[in-house]
Design a protein around this ligand. Structure first.
Ligand code: SF4
Length: 387
């Protein structure tokens, strides 16, 4: 008794207080506070400062094929892409930009390698930004011409350093493209352009190695306040690319590093946008479109949940509203485990229920479950939009 009501009792209060304080500190830290960066404008989209982390993608179409490129950009716009980049391998592609811009609503960045004339032509065609690696654009005089055109039109430049295109002297000194080497290259290129009096810059420093990417951006972020474009290069297909990007970009965003991002996947670029928003949602940075909670199923599941979950995911891609939807395998545990969802469905034997919190809204046959559920989702969204 003495022990419980004596010093130990007091001690337990102290422990509880410490735990509570730690918990609150952890919760406070769970929403990343952004590292302060300058703001630049890529067309109508502000990048850096306190602006939301902008989501980008890159077309995998032939830029010279205006119709197909526009079609892809419109799909990306519908998925939430905010800035699009296109490859500019020749003059015909540079000139196609003006036609593409007439048919799209988001800013366009021209991706240039080696030829300064393509950078100038792309800007003359109306590109809202260019991405170059100053080290491979053909020397200082040529870079100067690019900068003059950018200044004339106030077009931001992304300095894109990556592990495959490091300057020879830097590579020789470090022996391999380690994070310090990438950062030195980025700083050298920043200085090259700022010495020419131009500061509308953002920087990317990409590697296909996740830990090297994280270290490189951390280091770069400690040395510059230009906005940073995050990405892992050559990340891979859907699974490998999603995992690599989630770990690298998620870690950096949690540390407040990153002002715009692209998830690179060897897939339809629309999927890059979906993955980007899931990463931003997971780190509590942005919340766009439905969040789907679904169970992995187990022996209690008696409906074809995988098909229903796939259909819910497919339809959900078309709506921008943040809403939490649950797709659960059984009535026994589903509604309880997903009670924080705005709407949910759970399977029974040949039937399913649609629930909202504790309340069961409907019980329907399995073959009508998805459509009945989606009607409820649309009704809920209509109600929210009009309130
Ligand atoms: S919700 Fe039901 S079916 Fe799904 S994992 Fe949990 S117990 Fe299994």
């Amino acid at each position: 008794m003495g022990i419980r009501s004596g010093p130990c009792h007091k001690f337990s209060f102290q422990v509880a207080d410490i735990l509570r304080l730690n918990y609150h500190a952890a919760m406070k830290n769970s929403t990343p506070s952004r590292k302060e960066t300058r703001t630049i404008h890529v067309g109508s989209v502000p990048v850096g400062g306190n602006n939301p982390v902008a989501v980008q993608s890159m077309c995998n179409t032939d830029t010279r094929d205006v119709g197909t490129t526009v079609q892809q950009i419109r799909k990306l716009e519908a998925a939430g892409c905010e800035i699009i980049r296109v490859a500019v391998p020749d003059m015909e592609a540079a000139r196609a930009i003006s036609e593409i811009l007439k048919a799209i609503s988001i800013p366009l960045i021209a991706d240039i390698h080696f030829d300064w004339r393509l950078a100038v032509a792309a800007m003359e065609s109306g590109a809202n930004g260019i991405r170059i690696n100053p080290g491979n654009i053909g020397g200082k005089n040529r870079l100067q011409k690019v900068i003059e055109k950018a200044r004339e039109r106030m077009i931001p430049i992304r300095i894109g350093v990556n592990s495959g295109s490091l300057e020879k002297d830097i590579l020789k000194r470090y022996g391999s493209p380690v994070p310090e080497a990438l950062v030195e290259s980025a700083l050298r290129n920043i200085e090259l352009i700022t010495d020419m009096g131009y500061e509308e810059l953002k920087i990317s420093i990409k590697s296909s190695d996740v830990t090297a990417t994280i270290e490189a951006y951390r280091l770069l972020s400690s040395k510059t306040d230009f906005p940073l474009h995050l990405g892992v290069t050559e990340a891979g297909g859907l699974i490998a690319g999603t995992v690599k990007s989630s770990v690298a970009l998620g870690t950096l965003l949690m540390e407040g590093i990153g002002d715009t991002m692209r998830v690179s996947l060897t897939r339809d670029p629309v999927e890059e946008i979906q993955v980007a928003y899931e990463i931003l949602r997971a780190v509590k940075s942005r919340n766009r479109g439905p969040e789907i909670i679904s169970c992995p199923t187990c022996g209690r599941c008696e409906i074809d949940l995988f098909s229903i979950a796939e259909e819910v995911e497919r339809r959900a891609r078309t709506i921008p509203d943040p809403v939490k939807l649950a797709v659960m395998g059984c009535i026994v545990n589903g509604p309880g485990e997903a009670r924080e969802a705005d709407l949910g469905l759970a399977g029974g034997k040949g039937v399913g229920i649609i629930f909202q919190g504790e309340k069961i809204l409907k019980k329907v046959k399995e073959d009508q479950l998805f459509e009945a559920f989606w009607n409820e989702v649309e009704t809920l969204l209509e109600k929210r939009r009009s309130s």
